[in-house]
Ligand binder design. Sequence first.
Ligand SMILES: C[S@@+](CC[C@H](N)C(=O)[O-])C[C@H]1O[C@@H](n2cnc3c(N)ncnc32)[C@H](O)[C@@H]1O
Length: 233
Amino acid sequence: MATFLGKTINGFLNTFGMHLVKIENLTFHKYWNKQQYLEKSEFKYILSLYDVYKKIANVPGHIVELGVAYGRNTIIFSHLINMSNENDVRKYFGFDTFDGFTEESLKSSKQLSKHSWKGISISEVEKRIKSTIKNKPYRLIKGDINKSIPSFLEENPNFRAAMVYVDCNAYEPAIRALENLRPHLSPGAIICIDEKKQGGETKALIEFCEKHNLRFQKDDHAFSIPAYTQVNS
Ligand SMILES: C[S@@+](CC[C@H](N)C(=O)[O-])C[C@H]1O[C@@H](n2cnc3c(N)ncnc32)[C@H](O)[C@@H]1O
């Protein structure tokens, strides 16, 4: 009866170029308009990480991230490792103080804020990651990169990285980590920076490239990360 009535009303409205809209559709649109998830910049960001991940498809080794914060990239890279069936051969290693910038960085880079990224609980971050990533293709390492990277490499002398993803914002931990990691980069490895507003990471990567005769580059497409280099393969 309702369908018959609907058809009749629609037939009438059609003569004026109009039609009935189902109530569920209205509810759905209202719901959809409120959604913030997968908004443009987030979607673009995920695509840019997929793009850099593809660059290491034929490069053996792990992923190192300098600066983990709440583990967003830990989740994205873990998904990429799992979905590429690479969890036997590749892992993500994330380094962070989980307490913001060091005194040394704050002294040498005045634009950094002592209030940023403070007091992040590593166990809460792990819990959050675990709720999405059921296996463990990742490891989080707490501490100042200036100390934690050298001691990690001392414990793992055969460690090889296919990607170093620099997202610690500060110049001096970035450049020191890159120099420490250099002998541990696989041929063809890439070093990326995640910095829209150029600052310490950009400075560190340019300096590293100049010193080691590498190309400071960017790709020519919408999902390109701000800058990266590829070590000679
Ligand atoms: C921009 S956030 C990282 C965001 C993260 N990559 C993501 O996916 O959302 C920068 C992080 O770098 C960390 N950091 C800065 N200097 C550091 C240092 N010397 N050692 C370890 N972590 C550091 C901060 O604690 C902060 O969590």
